[in-house]
Design a protein around this ligand. Structure first.
Ligand SMILES: [Zn+2]
Length: 267
């Protein structure tokens, strides 16, 4: 991992980057893929003038190298800056550097994986970007809780957009169908053996970090009884991410409530 800061005022963030990388490795039982990625990652930390919850990062699968750009505002609380860094690391975790387009275990909606979460439909249209953003926020919040405890979580929540707060709630509702809540897991990919039996604490998070998200889509479509149910949901979330329309939000929550009810019936 190489870190470059654009101004000396941002030098303090280098320590935060190392703390976040460390915490992610501690939070992953199966951390081999992620630690290999960290070896080749180039991180730049750049200033952003205004107080903002915005952040951006890019990763490039070519040459198995990746670049993560992190924009921070030095006046932000340190917990929030750490959150911004952790959010970008979460994206890095979801990118398969070995083989971005072929990684796929195709889901039954015909889509292929672009990252572990973002998909390309059979007609080549991208969807799930907003779901990935929400998942990245959730993972970043999990890391914040591990580093700073509940006070840190509160400070970060205060600075989030309304949209992000809804997205966190949506991810919680979605993932609760697949097992334990993330904050109740000691590891993101918690897996435990007792005797000969192993069990996954939360299939959702396990599948995200093992690049098997197609399985989550299949489960979802099976429960809802239509082959495009997940992609419709993910597209609505993309729409909400762009527009923040209250009607789209309503649609998302009612989809989730139906999903929860149907999943309970099947269990
Ligand atoms: Zn993001």
């Amino acid at each position: 991992m190489q870190i470059k800061t654009f101004t000396s005022d941002l030098r303090f963030a280098e320590g935060l980057v190392k703390t976040v990388a460390d915490e992610f490795l501690k939070a992953l039982k199966n951390s081999i893929i992620f630690s290999a990625k960290l070896e080749n990652v180039m991180i730049t930390i750049e200033p952003i003038g205004i107080q903002t919850a915005g952040l951006t990062g890019t990763t490039d699968g070519e040459n198995r190298e990746s670049y993560v750009k992190i924009f921070v505002c030095e006046d932000d609380p340190v917990e929030f800056i750490t959150f911004v860094i952790a959010h970008e690391f979460a994206h890095l975790m979801m990118i398969n550097l070995n083989d971005i387009l072929k990684l796929t275990n195709r889901a039954n909606d015909g889509s292929t994986a672009y990252t572990a979460v973002t998909r390309l439909s059979s007609s080549g249209q991208e969807y799930g970007r907003a779901f990935e953003e929400a998942v990245a926020d959730k993972l970043a919040m999990y890391i914040i809780k591990r580093i700073y405890g509940n006070d840190g979580v509160k400070k970060v929540m205060n600075k989030l957009f309304e949209r992000q707060k809804h997205q966190l709630k949506i991810v919680d509702m979605f993932t609760s169908i697949f097992g334990k809540k993330l904050e109740n897991c000691s590891y993101i990919d918690e897996y435990s053996f007792s005797g000969n039996c192993g069990s996954i604490a939360n299939i959702f998070w396990y599948k995200v970090v093992t690049f098997d998200f197609g399985r989550i889509i299949n489960i979802c479509n099976e429960v809802m009884g239509t082959p495009e149910s997940f992609s419709d949901f993910a597209k609505s979330l993309d729409e909400y991410f762009e527009e923040e329309g209250p009607e789209t939000l309503q649609k998302l929550y009612s989809w989730l409530i139906t999903f929860q009810e149907k999943a309970k019936e099947e269990a």
